[in-house]
Design a binder for this molecule. Structure first.
Ligand code: HAS
Ligand code: CU
Length: 569
């Protein structure tokens, strides 16, 4: 029986989450095009350079937070339901967390878009970018919206844990099905990681923005943010890994190489994700070098689970290709289904993540980070990671998942087959040029990165060639977003029934099954305790140093960012 018929409520929640995610992708993706044209100087007619920061905040929040997290909540609802083969325990909780996340998103969105109307006396803005570093101040509803959104994700995790406990009571002694294990392990990591941003926003920034407390310590706020800000990247990545481990092997025509190895990888992310956050603060004064060195060591450890993933997933793809006649050391690549848009998008996303991972390794080196920090190199890195490893995986798996949760056959299939290639080419152009421009010293997060007397010298074709690549890449990426949304929109408007879906949701058993692997792998409580100890080791002493300094230090009052002149007239 099709998923949509067997689990209609869960299918509806998955569709709702995808719907919010794709609308965020449309708006955020358009702003990405505006940014590429504006900051390269090719066209600055969409917005003024002061409005650029409203655009950039919207681009970051809508794509890095709303698109990714709503999508993963839809994917996780499907994965838990499918793998446990049971509906949610109480759909009121399910629609409750969706409603809370949506309300939080709407509040934060009003604050952000209010920035376009600052000149009309509407003093609501949030031009603080997606990291909302104080002392820049946003309107209180921005922070309140963020808090509601995070609580919504906590309740979503509770919903999935309730399904698991209900399943456990009927399947005593059985191993947790792999997809459910991946969801629960990701949520364990998320609960630990969000403590930082929850304290920053609820204890400090909401009262600070309401005038209930006068100052906050910017360094302490940044530290609480990056306590969360590094592991959030794995909250985006692990849903993609769930797809790469459990769906990509099937689409390749094969089976997952090893279930136990997949569980080891997710456990390593529980343990190692949060302790590395200081690697975003190598340049911050006030944090002793020793703590930064520990963060660097932790960061290099966290390469391991991804390198294991590269091995396992590629081995699974090769197994699939060889089942279909693939031969040779790499000739088997030709036997993969490159005409299947779900496979192609997911495989190209993984390939691109290899490059993103290696630029992450460069970022992680304390000394070399001095060269790339706050330059365009960093956006080059994260457009390969969250911008492709996660985003392209989410788009591509939708070609396979949406027909199952809607019962509708994918429309515009020819457009879907080309879309991943357009994205891939656009991102190769834009990201490589961003990395290289960053090495010339081009800064990130600026509307007009030209400065009197400053000449960016170097590179094959000079800064002009890089600017051109960024613009062409940005245009291709927007075209790829438009193609994806056209396919999703046409399918959504289409009717059920008629020809078969082209997809089926069955997932073959792994080559190496969980049976016989140590039962301790499934002991999530143990892994959470060890992770909490590692976090305490990494953060207690530096935080104490900051807090004791922080209480004594004057701190900063809120600095309202510009209330912008109207863009319309
Ligand atoms: Fe990062 C900054 C280091 C991973 C996202 N990162 C950022 C920012 C974002 C971000 C958004 O150490 C900017 C935040 C801001 O606004 O300031 N990052 C790393 C490291 C990793 C890493 C070491 N980042 C990610 C992921 C992200 C992400 C994942 C989002 C999803 N990053 C940093 C550092 C900074 C940073 C510093 C601060 C820079 C600064 O100064 O501001 C590692 O986790 C990477 C490990 C990955 C690998 C690759 C393994 C290869 C695989 C591919 C397999 C192939 C397949 C398919 C499946 C070692 C798994 C093959 C296909 C065939 C056809 C065969
Ligand atoms: Cu990080």
């Amino acid at each position: 029986m099709a998923f949509v018929d067997e689990f209609p409520t869960e299918a509806r929640v998955t569709r709702l989450c995808m719907g919010v995610a794709f609308n965020a992708l449309l708006i955020g993706g358009f702003f990405g095009l505006v940014q590429a044209l504006h900051r390269t100087g090719y066209f600055r007619g969409f917005v003024s350079s002061t409005d650029y920061y409203t655009v950039l905040t919207a681009h970051g929040v809508l794509l890095a937070l709303v698109f990714t997290i709503f999508f993963l909540c839809g994917l996780f609802t499907w994965a838990v339901t499918r793998s446990l083969d049971r509906p949610v325990v109480d759909s009121r909780l399910t629609f409750g967390w969706f409603g809370l996340m949506f309300t939080g998103t709407a509040l934060a969105g009003i604050a952000i878009f209010g920035g376009f109307f600052g000149g009309y006396g509407l003093d609501i803005s949030a031009d603080v970018l997606f990291t909302f570093y104080p002392p820049m101040k946003a309107h209180p509803i921005f922070y309140i919206g963020l808090a509601l959104f995070i609580v919504g994700t906590w309740l979503a995790g509770a919903d999935w844990f309730r399904s698991y406990f209900a399943w456990r009571s009927e399947h005593d002694g059985e191993r947790i099905p792999l997809q459910a294990f991946m969801v629960l392990a990701t949520m364990v990591m998320w609960y630990l990681a969000t403590l930082g941003v929850a304290i920053e926003v609820v204890v400090f920034l909401i009262p600070w923005s309401l005038g209930l407390i006068q100052t906050v310590d910017p360094l302490l706020m940044r530290t609480l943010f990056w306590y969360f800000g590094h592991p959030v990247v794995y909250f985006w990545l692990l849903p993609a890994y769930l797809v790469w481990y459990t769906i990509l092997p099937k689409l390749s025509g094969g089976r997952l190489f090893s279930d136990p190895l997949a569980r080891v990888v997710f456990i390593l992310f529980i343990l190692l994700s949060t302790p590395g956050g200081f690697h975003h603060q190598y340049m911050d004064p006030g944090i002793a070098e020793g703590f930064k060195f520990i963060a660097m060591t932790n960061t290099l450890f966290i390469l391991l689970p991804s390198l294991l993933t590269a091995f396992t997933v590629v081995a699974s793809m090769e197994h699939g290709a060889r089942q279909n006649g693939g031969t040779g050391r790499i000739g088997w690549l030709k036997s993969l289904p490159w005409d299947n848009p779900a496979f192609t998008g997911i495989a190209l996303a993984g390939l691109m993540f290899a490059a993103g991972g290696f630029s992450g390794m460069i970022n992680a080196g304390m000394n070399i980070n001095y060269l790339i920090h706050n330059t365009l190199w960093v956006p080059g890195h994260f457009h390969l990671t969250v911008g492709t490893a996660a985003a392209l995986t989410f788009m591509a798996v939708s070609y396979w998942l949406y027909p199952q949760v809607s019962g509708k056959r994918l429309r515009l299939y020819g457009v879907a087959q080309i879309q991943p290639y357009v994205w891939f080419i656009g991102m190769v152009l834009m990201s490589n040029a961003m990395h290289r421009a960053g090495l010339l010293g081009v800064p990130r997060r600026t509307a007009e990165p030209e400065y009197p007397g400053v000449e960016y010298v170097g590179g094959v074709g000079g800064i002009g060639e890089m600017r051109l690549q960024i613009v062409i890449g940005g245009i291709l990426l927007f075209i790829a977003v438009a193609m994806f949304l056209a396919v999703m929109g046409a399918t959504w408007l289409g009717h059920r029934g008629g020809r078969p879906l082209r997809v089926n949701g069955s997932i073959p058993e792994p080559l190496s099954s969980v049976d016989g692997s140590p039962r301790v792998l499934d002991n999530l409580r143990l892994w959470l305790i060890i992770a909490a100890l590692l976090v305490a080791l990494s953060y207690s002493v530096p935080l104490w140093a900051l807090i004791s300094d922080g209480i004594l230090a004057p701190g900063s009052p809120p600095i309202p960012v510009w209330s912008l002149p109207p863009i319309f007239g």
